[in-house]
Write a protein that binds this ligand. Structure first.
Ligand code: PGA
Length: 247
C-alpha cells in the first residue's frame, strides 16, 4: 500500500501560517507513492483546501452524534461536505483532556466511515504502562474497545505512545515496529484477512531526521505528524521519506 502521512496541526496556525505553508509547499517537488493529508483546526478547513495543493483535507475530531443541540461540536457529515477525506479520532489529547472513552471513539469512527471519511483511530500507552511492560495489553484492549461495530473499510490505526507525543522522545524503530506487529495481529484477529489491509501509522515526535528509519520498518505504513507538520519543508521531507520507504 502507498504510504500515508498525516499532518495534525492541533490548535496551532493562523491565516498567515496557512499562506506561508501553501507558498512553500507549492515550490516543493510533487510527491508520488504517498498519500498526504493535512488536518488543520476546523475553522481553517475551507481556507486550507483552497490554498494548499496536492493534499487531502482532514479534520482532527468529529462528534459522536449525527446532529443535535451540541454547541461547539462538528459532525462527520459537515466534514464530508467540506471535502474532508480523513478525520483523526480518539487522539490521546482528546482522550486525556476531554475524557473521550473507547466507546465514544468507536461511535465517532462508525459515523465518520458511514459518511465516507477515513477514520484514523489513535491508540497508545502512557509512560507508566510502558515502564510496567504493560504496553501490549493496554494498547490491544484500547484498540479493540475503540473498534466495536466499526467496519474495516476506510479504517486507519495510528499508534502514538503518549510518552512520545510532543516530547522529542520518539519510540525506537524496534519499539514502534514491535507494537505495530501487535496491532496488526489484533486487526487480523478482529477482522480476519481484511485486517491485513488496514494501514497502521506511527505518531510521536516524527521529524525529517527520524522518519526514514521508521518507514523502513515493515509494519509502519506512514506517520501522524504534529509539531513537524507546521513547517511545509519539514513535513515535505517526512512525506518524501514515506514515499521512498514504499518505493
Ligand atoms: P508530535 O505530535 O509529532 O508533535 O509529537 C504527534 C501527534 O500528537 O499526533
Amino acid at each position: 500500500m502507498a504510504g500515508l502521512v498525516i499532518a495534525n496541526w492541533k490548535m496551532h496556525g493562523s491565516l498567515e501560517l496557512i499562506a506561508e505553508f501553501a507558498q512553500e509547499w507549492r515550490e516543493l517537488p510533487q510527491l508520488s507513492g504517498v498519500n498526504v493529508v493535512l488536518c488543520p483546526p476546523a475553522p481553517y478547513l475551507g481556507v486550507v483546501s483552497e490554498a494548499v495543493e496536492g493534499i487531502v483535507l482532514g479534520a482532527q475530531n468529529s462528534a459522536d452524534r449525527v446532529e443535535g443541540a451540541l454547541t461547539g461540536e462538528v459532525s462527520s457529515q459537515m466534514l464530508s461536505e467540506l471535502g474532508c477525506g480523513y478525520v483523526i479520532i480518539g487522539h490521546s489529547e482528546r482522550r486525556s483532556l476531554f475524557s473521550e472513552t473507547d466507546a465514544q471513539v468507536a461511535v465517532k469512527a462508525q459515523l465518520a466511515i458511514a459518511q465516507g471519511l477515513h477514520a484514523v483511530v489513535c491508540v497508545g500507552e502512557t509512560l507508566e504502562h510502558r515502564d510496567a511492560d504493560q504496553q501490549d495489553k493496554v494498547v490491544s484492549e484500547q484498540l479493540l474497545g475503540s473498534l466495536a461495530e466499526v467496519p474495516w473499510e476506510k479504517l486507519v490505526v495510528a499508534y502514538e505512545p503518549v510518552w512520545a507525543i510532543g516530547t522529542g522522545r520518539t519510540a525506537t524503530p524496534a519499539q514502534a515496529e514491535a507494537m505495530h506487529g501487535v496491532i496488526k495481529g489484533c486487526l487480523r484477529g478482529h477482522f480476519g484477512d481484511a485486517g491485513a489491509d488496514i494501514p497502521v501509522i506511527y505518531g510521536g515526535s516524527v521529524k525529517p531526521e527520524n522518519a526514514g528509519v521508521l518507514f523502513e520498518c515493515d509494519n509502519i505504513d506512514g506517520a501522524l505528524v504534529g509539531g513537524a507538520s507546521l513547517n511545509a519543508n519539514s513535513f515535505w521531507h517526512i512525506a518524501s521519506a514515506a514515499s521512498a520507504g514504499r518505493a
